[in-house]
Design a protein around this ligand. Structure first.
Ligand SMILES: Cc1cc2nc3c(=O)[nH]c(=O)nc-3n(C[C@H](O)[C@H](O)[C@H](O)COP(=O)(O)OP(=O)(O)OC[C@H]3O[C@@H](n4cnc5c(N)ncnc54)[C@H](O)[C@@H]3O)c2cc1C
Length: 339
């Protein structure tokens, strides 16, 4: 395992921020992961940041520690019964590559999650979701390396405490575990989810009459490509903010002043409000200051047009949060991990 010093992370984060890390390495096995923690404990416990695709982070400063890229690979069917197939995937696998593997093998359940950037290992971190599906819907269990005890530990779905873009790994176990593999429970007979109107409209446009997981994946890919900027062209980390949840009562009150407000019923009789709509109403859509901006097609996505610093993006996000709070009394929460 090679450790490099004073390393530029520009091509290891989808925002394309040119921050550096004091040390940088990649690991492909548990043995190498152990070596990383031997190395850092010999250097008076320097911090370690494990990264997959770097598509959910904003680097606001240089990282004084070791950045380790997870390159553990492998996809394996470990069990099956009449209805389900259980697939264990190493954490360093690319998420979309795993989705394509499922589609090729007629394993249903992740087709709505096509084209989400990043690694399989990061997918439980924030319970990734799109178009009516979250990974908790297909999750069976995961294994994670307990950094303090230097041993593997299993987590069931219950242990992970999944919520909307949340899990135990973002909260009480933050920085305490490295996810090494995830086992998914996929359906042999598909249960199609086209609850998002956009999918049906796209299927119609594609002239698809018979629903298949391939067709749904294709529709999702087309929608995403038309709406979201490609990080290879314009730096971004997808949705920068979570959609806030408010009470039914607050929603009704806001609707009397802002009849166009967009919201969807969420759990416990609350309403999930479209953060993109709130941001757009505050006039940020298409805004640009230097190289930091708010995307012209999707206000929820903050972008780096070239040489923005992480702090420029962060400051813009703070300004957006202040204006949304001033206009609607709603406090937005960042979805992206700010480093
Ligand atoms: C264009 C675009 C579209 C997106 N669309 C969506 C979407 O529709 N839905 C959605 O939910 N997200 C979306 N995202 C966000 C992102 O793709 C997901 O959060 C993804 O799971 C991040 O994976 P990653 O490997 O890049 O994580 P990274 O950015 O590398 O890491 C994210 C966090 O997880 C930690 N981490 C990473 N791997 C591990 C591991 N193995 N063990 C422990 N901790 C780890 C990191 O330290 C960091 O804190 C989008 C991003 C982009 C750029």
């Amino acid at each position: 395992m090679q450790i490099q010093e004073n390393f530029s992370l520009k091509s290891y984060n989808s925002f394309g921020i040119n921050a550096t890390s004091s040390f940088f390495t990649k690991f492909t096995s548990l043995i190498e992961l152990d070596e990383i923690y031997n190395f850092v404990s010999a250097s008076s416990e320097m911090p370690v940041m494990i990264l997959g695709g770097g598509s959910n982070i904003l680097l606001t400063q240089d990282y004084t520690g070791l950045v380790a890229i997870n390159e553990m690979h492998g996809i394996e069917v470990v069990k099956q019964d009449a209805e389900h197939v259980y697939v264990r995937v190493a954490a360093g696998e690319n998420w979309h590559r795993f989705v394509l593997y499922c589609i090729q093998n007629s394993f249903a359940g992740v087709e709505n999650l096509s084209l989400i950037p990043g690694s399989v290992g990061a997918s439980p971190m924030q319970n990734i979701g799109a178009y009516g599906v979250e990974i908790k819907d297909v999750f069976h269990e995961l294994e994670a390396y307990n950094i303090k005890e230097r041993k593997l530990q299993k987590f069931s779905a219950k242990d992970c405490e999944f919520g909307y873009r949340e899990s135990v790994f973002k909260r009480k176990y933050k920085g305490k575990f490295v996810i090494t593999n995830v086992t998914f429970k996929l359906n042999k007979t598909p249960v199609f989810n086209i609850s998002y109107g956009a999918i049906q409209q796209e299927l119609d446009r594609m002239g698809i009459r018979e629903l298949t997981i391939t067709a749904i994946s294709g529709a999702v890919i087309r929608i995403r490509q038309s709406k979201l900027p490609d990080p290879k062209q314009i730096g971004n980390a997808g949705s920068f903010f979570k959609n806030p949840t408010i009470s039914q009562q607050t929603f009704e009150r806001l609707r009397s002043t802002f009849p166009g407000i967009v919201g969807f019923p969420a759990k416990d009789e609350t309403i999930k409000v479209a953060a993109g709509w709130l941001i757009e109403q505050c006039g940020w859509k298409g805004y640009r200051k230097g190289d930091a901006g708010c995307h012209a097609k999707q206000a929820l996505v903050l972008v780096n047009y070239g040489n923005a610093k992480g702090a420029d993006i962060y400051n813009l996000s703070t300004e957006i949060m202040h204006s949304v709070e001033a206009k609607f009394g709603i406090i937005l929460e960042r979805e992206v991990n700010v480093i």
